[in-house]
Design a binder for this molecule. Structure first.
Ligand code: MN
Ligand code: MN
Length: 320
C-alpha cells in the first residue's frame, strides 16, 4: 500500500466490505491525514474530567466509533448520501497535554479545532462531557456570535460548581459571556428535572434564550418545536450541541446525569430532520458514558444522532 492511500476504506469500499472489518473509525470513514482533502471532520474528545457526578464519557468516542460501524450511507427519509455531497473523514482524537487540568485540556481542544477551522473543515465532534463544547466554540467564532441549538435535559448555564467555572454545567453561560453565542438566537430544548436552585434556568431565561422545557415540548409537539427553532435561529450561522441525556434513560441510560421523562429516539430523529436548512458550521454529541451503558444501546443512539447531524452538515456545506 502506498503512503497516499488512506489506511481505512473510505465510504465507497467500506459500505460494501463486511462491517466487522478494519479499524473502527467514525462511520467507517477514512482516517484524515491531510485536512485539505476533507470538508467535514469527525473528531473524538475523550475527556470527562469536568463532570458533577458520574464519569465515563471519556470512553464515549471509542464506543461511538464501534457502534457507528452499524451506520449506512443513504438517509431513509431525505435520501441524501452525505458521502456523495462532501468529503467526510475521521480526524482521530484530540491529544491532551495535561489531562488532569481542566482549563489546559480545554485549551488543547481549542487548538485542535482551530486547525480544522483554519483549513475550512467543518467539525462533528463526539464527547466527552459537555465542558468540551465551549472549547470547540472558542475555535470557531471569529465573526461574532452564532446561533445555538442546544438539545439537553439541562441548561448548562450555571456560573460555577465547586469553585470551577469550566465544567459540564457551565459551557453555555461562558459562551454568552465571551460573546461566542447570541442568547437571542439560542434555543434550549428538552430541559427538565428538579434542581436545588433555579440559577441555570434563570440565567437562560434572563439572558434571552428561548427555553423549551420538556413540559412545553410534550404539549406543543415536535413539529411546533422545529418551527420555533427556525424562528429563533433564522438564517445566520448556527451550531447544534446534542447532549445524549435529553433522551429518556429508557432509550439512552449510558450517561452521567440521566433525567426521566425525556425525548424518545424517534422524537429526536424527527426533530433533527426538521432542522434543514439551518446554516450550520458544526455540531457535537456529548455525554455518552459507556460504563453506564451495559447493553451498548446508548453508543448506538449516539452514533445514529451523529449520522443525522452529519447529513445536516453535509447539506449545509454543499449549499456553500
Ligand atoms: Mn449538557
Ligand atoms: Mn445534560
Amino acid at each position: 500500500m502506498d503512503s497516499q492511500t488512506p489506511r481505512n476504506l473510505g465510504p465507497e469500499r467500506s459500505m460494501t466490505a463486511p462491517r466487522y472489518m478494519e479499524i473502527p473509525t467514525f462511520m467507517r470513514s477514512s482516517l484524515i491525514t491531510d485536512l485539505d482533502a476533507f470538508d467535514i471532520a469527525m473528531v473524538g474528545i475523550p475527556y470527562d474530567g469536568a463532570v458533577t457526578n458520574r464519569p465515563g464519557a471519556r470512553h464515549g468516542p471509542r464506543e461511538i466509533r464501534n457502534a457507528s460501524t452499524m451506520m449506512r450511507s443513504i438517509h431513509p427519509v431525505t435520501r441524501i448520501n452525505p458521502y456523495r455531497l462532501c468529503r467526510v473523514g475521521d480526524a482521530g482524537d484530540v491529544p491532551f497535554t495535561r489531562a488532569y487540568e481542566v482549563e489546559e485540556t480545554l485549551n488543547d481542544i481549542t487548538r485542535f479545532f482551530t486547525q480544522l477551522y483554519e483549513a475550512d473543515v467543518v467539525p462533528l465532534a463526539a464527547g466527552g462531557d459537555h465542558s468540551v463544547t465551549l472549547a470547540i466554540l472558542r475555535a470557531m467564532i471569529v465573526d461574532g456570535p452564532i446561533g445555538m441549538v442546544h438539545i439537553d435535559a439541562h441548561t448548562d448555564t450555571w456560573d460555577e460548581f465547586m469553585g470551577c467555572k469550566f465544567m459540564h454545567g457551565t459551557p453555555f453561560r461562558r459562551a454568552v459571556e465571551k460573546n461566542l453565542i447570541d442568547p437571542g438566537r439560542t434555543v434550549q430544548i428538552g430541559i427538565r428535572g428538579a434542581q436545588n436552585k433555579t440559577e441555570g434556568w434563570d440565567y437562560s431565561l434572563d439572558s434571552g434564550m428561548r427555553v423549551i422545557f420538556m413540559d412545553e415540548f410534550t404539549k406543543i409537539g415536535v413539529a411546533a418545536v422545529i418551527d420555533e427553532i427556525h424562528r429563533v435561529i433564522g438564517d445566520g450561522r448556527a451550531y447544534i450541541s446534542f447532549d445524549i441525556d435529553v433522551l429518556d434513560p429508557a432509550f439512552a441510560p449510558g450517561t452521567g446525569t440521566p433525567e426521566v421523562g425525556g425525548l424518545t429516539t424517534i422524537e429526536a430523529l424527527t426533530l433533527l430532520r426538521g432542522l434543514n436548512p439551518l446554516n450550520l458550521i458544526g455540531a457535537d454529541v456529548v455525554e455518552v458514558s459507556p460504563p453506564y451503558d451495559p447493553s451498548g444501546n446508548t453508543a448506538l443512539v449516539g452514533a445514529t444522532i451523529m449520522y443525522e447531524l452529519l447529513c445536516l452538515l453535509a447539506e449545509a456545506v454543499s449549499r456553500g
